[in-house]
Write a protein that binds this ligand. Structure first.
Ligand code: FES
Ligand code: FES
Length: 159
């Protein structure tokens, strides 16, 4: 099927089989390999991207479901001049990256949350619950939590 994915503001006209996942289409057809695949069955959250502003697991969505919709991936976080998004700067400052495999998913999960519900960063219980939806095998959750709070205080919502 011929579809158009609008990823980070750029239209990608691609041809995919109906059962191609969004994650695979982003990586293979669009060449955007920042979105990582861990479990490929919805458990780990490494593949999290934003579709129309909401965080989704891109391994559980078909690319055809996103035809004509706005997708944001980790490649779209930095400002056009290349400067870090507040979340990227905060992850670096708080040492919230270890192996880094889960990091794109956490960044997009946090970006969606801060955009839709900025108050979540000041509500420890809800923030903790949000972060449990993604897995970091290095168990660096405390640094990730601190980074999201830091980014929110620095204006961490998506531009
Ligand atoms: S790769 Fe999608 S949730 Fe793990
Ligand atoms: S930084 Fe290693 S899995 Fe998250």
């Amino acid at each position: 099927m011929r579809i158009t994915l609008r990823v980070n503001g750029i239209d990608y006209e691609i041809e995919v089989p109906p059962r191609r996942t969004l994650a695979d289409a982003l990586r293979e057809e669009c060449g955007l390999t920042g979105t990582h695949l861990g479990c490929e069955h919805g458990a780990c959250g490494a593949c999290t991207v934003l579709v129309d502003g909401d965080a989704v697991r891109s391994c559980l969505m078909f690319a055809v479901q996103c035809d004509g919709r706005a997708v944001r991936t980790v490649e779209g976080l930095a400002a056009p001049d290349g400067s870090d998004h507040p979340l990227q700067a905060a992850f670096s400052a708080e040492h919230a990256l270890q192996c880094g495999f889960c990091t794109p998913g956490f960044l997009m999960l946090a970006a969606g949350a801060l955009e839709n519900d900025p108050g979540i960063a000041e509500d420890p219980e809800r923030l903790r619950e949000l972060l449990t939806s993604n897995l970091c095998r290095c168990t660096g959750y405390e640094a990730i939590r601190r980074a999201v709070v830091r980014a929110a205080r620095a204006g961490g919502a998506l531009p």
